[in-house]
Design a protein around this ligand. Structure first.
Ligand code: ADP
Ligand code: MG
Length: 392
């Protein structure tokens, strides 16, 4: 990836990159829509991600280019408006540049910016957080600043919440920032507090990307966010994490059917995350698989963010030998399903699933035996195998 990034940077800008950083995508392992409710969540960083190269400019001009959108977007000095249409992807790095001063950090005055990625965008693997974190580290590097991993994570989330306008919690940026190979990241989102938990030996991840995305996905995500906040207000708490199951039952009439379901889902998920941590510590993958499948059922029935395609894949996978459990991963309303499997689940089994999916929906599902990887880091030019992590 480094060589591809450098070659593309040279050909687009006729100069060398001054700083390179990378950040991984992530799998949401369990804890669906718990993050912005102050709950807990477990995720894994992938060995795939987004690489960003930046070189500073003294004239205040900012130029952006991504392999995904191969046209240079040029912003005049001081131009800060949000972009729309084909260049709307620029809002992610631009949002990061705008977010830095909120954390007492400088953003570069002008720059040439370029991104390459081996993550599918919009597949629920958080390509947006990968782009944000890689951008943040590259901007810090060219301005000779350093920040803690936690601050870099918060800068990414700030960009996505405040500039891009997606009310996401800390999960995506937290896992991209704190991921470690062969470990899961546990986040207590209210702190936020980040820890890692070892992945038991013999646990494998398979991802099935449906390439489906609900046309109204952004609005639906925002609607779920709003319903959760309304439920918390009716229950008299700031965030749903502070409510109890019996309070939710006692206020069932006041909540109404929809908000009651959303609250039940969030509290159930938080409970399952706690149980999952205990399962992982014991190496009990069978019980872990049951928790994953129960999480999917809750997303389907109570949070109502699944789709026929995702339900089909989960049902099919959960019934196969070598599969501990499966669930939708990410925001839902399309996207991807994750399965926790033994090493016996391989390409042949994945193809069987894809064939059944093609027969049912007349469409393709892509499978990936996902490998875990390390969190975001600066890649030192000339020492591309070496990397420098943010301060702890
Ligand atoms: P996810 O984060 O699950 O992949 P999102 O909808 O949150 O899905 O983010 C996807 C958006 O992020 C894309 O539509 C695009 O605007 C932006 N994006 C992500 N990666 C890149 C990239 N490498 N180059 C340009 N834009 C990207
Ligand atoms: Mg995203």
């Amino acid at each position: 990836m480094y060589d591809r990034l450098q070659a593309l940077f040279r050909s687009v800008y006729q100069r060398e990159p001054a700083a390179v950083a990378r950040a991984p995508g992530r799998i949401e392992f369990i804890g669906n829509h718990t993050d912005y409710n102050g709950g807990t969540v477990l995720g894994a960083a992938l060995d795939r991600g987004t690489w960003v190269a930046v070189s500073p400019r003294t004239d205040g001009v900012r130029r952006f280019y991504s392999e995904f959108s191969p046209t240079v977007v040029t912003l005049a000095p001081g131009e800060i408006g949000k972009r729309s249409g084909n260049s709307s992807w620029v809002n992610y790095p631009l949002g990061v540049a705008q977010a830095l001063p909120f954390f007492d950090l400088k953003s570069p005055i002008g720059f040439d910016f370029l991104a390459v990625s081996d993550l599918p965008a919009g597949a629920g693997l958080s390509s947006s957080a990968a782009l944000e974190l890689a951008s943040a580290l590259a901007f810090l590097e060219v301005t000779h600043q350093s920040a803690s991993r936690e601050v870099v994570v918060k800068v990414g989330r700030h960009a996505e919440n405040q500039f891009v306008g997606v009310p996401c919690g800390i999960l995506d940026q937290g896992v991209s920032g704190f991921g470690q190979k062969d470990r899961l990241v546990f986040i207590d989102c209210r702190g936020p507090r980040f820890e890692t938990v070892p992945l038991p030996a013999g646990a494998h991840f398979w991802l099935f990307n449906t390439h489906t995305k609900h046309a109204l996905v952004d609005g639906l995500y925002a609607a779920r966010h709003r319903e959760c906040m309304e439920s918390a207000a009716i229950l008299g708490v700031d965030l749903l994490v502070d409510a109890t199951g019996s309070q939710v039952e006692a206020k069932r009439v006041d909540l109404g059917e929809i908000r009651w379901k959303r609250a039940r889902h969030v509290l159930g998920e938080i409970q399952r995350v706690e149980e999952m941590v205990a399962c992982l510590q014991k190496g009990d993958l069978v019980r872990a698989g049951h928790l994953l499948t129960a999480s999917h059922a809750s997303s389907r029935l109570l949070f109502e963010n699944s789709t026929d395609e995702l339900d089909f894949l989960v049902e099919r996978l959960a019934a196969m030998p070598g599969v501990f459990g499966a669930r939708l991963t990410g925001g839902g309303f399309g996207g991807a399903v994750m399965a926790l499997t033994t090493g016996a689940f391989g390409d042949r089994q994945a193809q069987e699933v894809a064939a059944a999916y093609a027969q049912r929906f007349g469409a393709r599902v892509d499978s990936l035996h996902a490998q875990t990887g390390d969190g975001a880091n600066v890649v030192t030019p000339g020492e591309r195998s070496e990397s420098k992590s943010p301060e702890q």
